[in-house]
Write a protein that binds this ligand. Structure first.
Ligand SMILES: Cc1cc2nc3c(=O)[nH]c(=O)nc-3n(C[C@H](O)[C@H](O)[C@H](O)COP(=O)(O)OP(=O)(O)OC[C@H]3O[C@@H](n4cnc5c(N)ncnc54)[C@H](O)[C@@H]3O)c2cc1C
Ligand SMILES: *[C@@H]1O[C@H](CO)[C@@H](O)[C@H](O)[C@H]1NC(C)=O
Length: 609
């Protein structure tokens, strides 16, 4: 009897699996290739602002909305475009005064800075991700490759500085590492073998979010998911544990771990699978959007508008409206002291899980066991510092290139970071352990045309939210003398290190300012100043967590999109939108893209003949 029950369960399971993996019940946003020949990059800021800065007015809200999206980050815009492509009328509401979230830009003293887009991987032509991005932007966003090497890891103090270049290309990456670390060939090969095994297995995370919840939970809680995917079996192992077992060489250990800065957890806390995902992301290369990060939202908003939707800014959603049965029916937007209510059958939140559950839902609903369970599974991620420098001089004059520097003052990354965050604030900020340094202007081929004779440099680092929390309620740009002093200390310590590495910028600094965790809180609505949303440590990448944090929420008609679902990053937030779109449209959008991609490849090869 058990055998037959087992068989029935297996058949049911396969049937459900097929239905959800190949399910095609809703309309398909990837049905046709919507790319158009790229128009010239919009260089006029005023023209871009007409699209990016449309303020919220009740009169601008379209009638008969199909969905409301809270937040205009890439995760919010992507789900809005996916729905617009199947004819849905979507309203995107953004609390800041411009659209884009981490992809927004700001200008000061004639310099334009972007926030959260330094380099994006996996954009190789005909690749799956490139196909998704092309369709989301109707082929209007153009990408400029970075130099190869695209990253440089710099270890040690000025008098004993070691520089390790990081190259893209699967073979090149390892070959060049081996050149830097003779005798470590075996460790490097084994590291790459594990990285590829885990990184290429990320589909399992996506699958757990696409499958019906009971099936996903069955796979997770029986341990089947772990057996089926290296991503999970290595997800809960720390990066330090894996790397330390491969080599004793301290510099090599640091070089294999440096890219943790793109998701936030130092090696002892980092998930080996998350790390693998990032390394695999950049293996095919690294790119930057031509014209800067504001081009992203600028090229997506018209697609939403064409379907009758709108993207409105200065629209802070203060709560999600629920009916008597606790189902989402719309949102409330604060307009001065008044609430404006906007209704739609679906509400999608790009605001992150903490904001959405803890700020936008009534207390008694927050207490629901299913919501508390999800909240207990995630932690707030690392908070961040950004330093913006405006420079007098062209990239050639200043020796700036389209690449990134990762500067660490020592090679023992875990102790370094731990000493920093547990130290006394005033002392710690005098020497930041890790600096990411890049020149966005040098990456953008349109820059010389837009801002001739000038350059920019951006530095990113981490800092605990608690160091800045005391000023969070002070008025932005006027938070008092102590806050200003702390910022000045940070800027000075950053400048000291940066000018050692880029001596030509020394007397050329025309503008400088620093953003802190409370700056992120203000402009990005990052709940605790996070750079990358929820923590990406080992506890997040278990099958149980991946099966539980889904686009569907315990509240009917309320969905999640963006970086809290799959992972952070431009690509991670788009993956969040893809699983969200799959849930809403009741079809597997990844299957749809791969069908389209095959069609295009086929058409291309015919053209060539
Ligand atoms: C300094 C920095 C550097 C980075 N560098 C890179 C990089 O080089 N490459 C890369 O791939 N990724 C990078 N990232 C990460 C990447 O930018 C993000 O992970 C990704 O863009 C997140 O997209 P999202 O849509 O999920 O969230 P967000 O972009 O954060 O969007 C959320 C939006 O919701 C809005 N919102 C929140 N609450 C409300 C509310 N109540 N009402 C209305 N609106 C609300 C916010 O204002 C925000 O605009 C970087 C991030 C930072 C901060
Ligand atoms: C920029 O540098 C040039 C010299 O290279 C100088 O003539 C000019 O005044 C500088 N501009 C500013 C705004 O400092």
């Amino acid at each position: 009897m058990w055998v037959s029950i087992g068989l029935i369960v297996a058949v049911l399971f396969v049937a459900l699996f097929l239905k959800y993996v190949f399910g095609t019940s809703g309309p398909n946003p990837f049905d046709i290739d919507t790319r158009e020949p790229p128009k010239p990059v919009q260089l006029d800021k005023k023209e871009r602002n007409k699209v990016l800065k449309q303020g919220f007015l009740a009169s601008r809200v379209p009638q008969d909305l199909d969905a409301i999206v809270i937040g205009s980050g890439i995760g919010g815009l992507s789900i809005a475009v996916l729905l617009a492509k199947v004819g849905k009328k979507v309203l995107v509401l953004e609390q800041h005064d411009r659209a884009g979230g981490c992809c927004h830009t700001f200008s000061e003293k004639g310099f334009e800075f972007d926030i959260g887009i330094h380099y994006i991987g996996n954009l190789e032509e005909n690749g799956m991700f490139c196909c998704i991005v092309d369709q989301l932007t109707n082929g209007q966003l153009q990408w400029e490759p970075l130099e190869n090497p695209y990253d440089r890891v710099v270890l040690g103090p000025p008098e004993n500085r070691r520089v390790y270049p990081i190259y893209s290309g699967e073979n090149r990456f390892t070959q060049e590492l081996k050149k830097c670390f003779p005798g470590e060939e075996k460790a490097i090969d084994e590291f790459m073998r594990l990285v590829k095994k885990c990184g290429h297995n990320v589909w399992m995370v996506v699958l757990l979010k696409l499958l019906p919840s009971p099936v996903a939970k069955f796979l997770a809680y029986t341990g089947l998911a772990n057996r089926l995917s290296y991503f999970f079996s290595y997800g809960s192992r720390s990066l330090a544990e894996v790397v330390n077992s491969l080599t004793e060489n301290k510099d090599l250990r640091a070089v294999l771990c440096y890219i943790f800065g793109t998701y936030g957890n130092p090696p002892k806390e980092a998930s080996f699978s998350m790390h693998s995902l990032l390394l695999c992301h950049y293996l095919p290369g690294a790119w930057y959007p031509k014209g800067g990060a504001s081009q992203i939202a600028y090229n997506m908003i018209p697609i939403i508008e064409k379907a009758g939707g709108a993207v409105l800014v200065r629209a802070s959603v203060n709560r999600i409206l629920l009916n008597a049965a606790n189902e989402a029916i719309g949102v409330s937007v604060m307009k001065g002291q008044e609430e404006v209510h906007v209704h739609a059958p679906i509400v999608i939140s790009n605001a992150g899980i903490f904001n959405t559950y803890q700020q936008l839902l009534p207390k008694e609903v927050q207490m629901k066991a299913a919501i508390q369970k999800q909240l207990s599974m995630l932690k707030h991620g690392e908070a961040g510092l950004s330093i913006f420098l405006g420079l007098n001089g062209t990239k050639d004059e200043l020796g700036l290139k389209a690449d990134n520097y990762w500067l660490f003052c020592e090679n023992n990354l875990d102790e370094l970071l731990n000493g920093y965050v547990t130290g006394e604030r005033e002392e710690s900020v005098k020497s930041l352990p890790l600096l990411f340094v890049a020149s966005p202007s040098a990456k953008d081929p349109t820059w010389e045309q837009r801002m001739p004779g000038k350059s920019t440099m951006t530095v990113v680092s981490f800092a605990p939210y608690s160091w800045f929390e005391e000023w969070k309620d002070e008025k932005v740009k006027n938070r008092g003398v102590d806050y200003k002093e702390l910022k000045a200390t940070i800027i000075n310590s950053v400048l000291e290190v940066v000018t050692q590495n880029f001596p030509k910028i020394k007397d050329r600094i025309e503008y400088m300012d620093a953003g802190t965790p409370i700056t992120n809180q203000h402009y990005l609505a990052a709940s605790k100043g996070e750079i990358y949303g929820a923590d990406h440590g080992t506890s997040r990448f278990t099958a149980e967590v991946c099966a539980t944090i889904r686009p569907q929420t315990p509240i009917k008609n309320l969905f999640l999109t963006g970086m809290y679902l799959v992972s952070c990053g431009f690509a991670g937030a788009i993956a969040g939108a893809m699983v969200c779109g799959s849930a809403i449209l009741n079809r597997n959008l990844y299957m749809d893209v791969s069908v389209l991609r095959k069609k295009l490849k086929h058409a291309n090869s015919k053209k060539v003949q």
